[in-house]
Design a protein around this ligand. Sequence first.
Ligand code: ATP
Length: 415
Amino acid sequence: LKASILAIGSELLTPQRADTNALFLTRRLLEVGVAVALRQTVADDMQLLAAAFRHALATTDLVIATGGLGPTEDDLTREAAAAALGRGLTRDAAYLDALRERFARYGRVMAPVNEKQADLIDGAVLIKNPRGTAPAQSVESGGKLLVLLPGPPGEMEPLFDAQVLPLVRQRAQGAVLKTRVLRIASMGESEVEQLVAPIYKAFENPRTTILGGAGQVELHLVAEAADEAEADARIEALARPIREALAGRVYSEDGKDLAQVVAALLKERRLTIAVAESCTGGQLSARLTDVPGSSAYFERGVITYSNAAKADLLGVPGELIAEKGAVSEEVARVMAGAAMQSARAAIGVGITGIAGPDGGTPEKPVGLVYLALAGAAGDRVRRAHFPGDRDRVRQQAVQAALEMVRRGLLKLAPL
Ligand code: ATP
């Protein structure tokens, strides 16, 4: 069963508003084993809308549209869908009464423009929308199912879950589509690709997609099967050789992000951590404290941005900074050790680097970051040179620091 999604509304084609309905629907459909093969975002334009509906109906089995069911002139979804199906629209008298009553209940008289919200495509089934005035509708045509849903997520989501998902599940006939996400930190997309492509290319089911982010790569393994157990077995058959090829680099397979994984390790071992950050400006502390229950392991974080701060708060000797530079292996080490000691924590982390865009030199270019680890997870230091703009450099530095802690705790070789 192939599905398509139409997000309708000119506002969705501006930089101010994102189409989040498609993401919600894609997630829900995947959960019941239906893959989304086509997504369209369409302006409030009769011709474009009718063409989009025609295309979706010609190429997919299940078409779900959201938005454009309101009372105003630019709400054209009903008309466009009817035109694409070659059907008429009929005003539903019972719903019209219900709509009038709804307005009356709030002490208002319904404006004539609202009447068109009771228009139903011929042959369609009306689906009540308890949270709004625009009802949804579903219609079958040539073995395909078309569903029109209201645009506001607060109306669409509960309506979809309660009244549309059961219909879809019935059509999907118990097929299962399962996804496992393998996450890898501090490794480039092409590096991962090179190691694992020969493995996953030999598998047609699961299918694998690779997604790169700042300091993180994800492998999405999607299996199609008759039931959950078969899907799990298929995924594991591919995940196992991938895991082996990546030798300890896969840090999560259950949706946890790197900070959550590090948090769980620290908690399990009853270890506390303190961090000293320069170029990341507190982002490592933020990531570590984003995790609920972080007071169990996070002792403190200091942001020592200036040389004076490094001297005052961490006791980094002025001569060391003068001799080696604030961005140096030696300073990173002192930062990690001092953070740990002053906090009486089990583990200390130090980060110092050049996030850019200014401040780079040929010897110390933008993107150069020194990361140091001290204490119970081992004493380590890493010199990394991260590509990208200021934001990306900082994000990669935080990921690398978390990965350093994880690898230290698990006694995996330093990077
Ligand atoms: P209503 O009767 O409430 O107007 P409608 O079906 O006409 O319902 P729209 O007018 O198209 O819905 O959209 C109403 C609001 O819903 C938009 O301003 C926007 O905030 C939100 N919305 C619509 N479509 C989407 C979408 N695809 N993703 C996220 N939000 C959306």
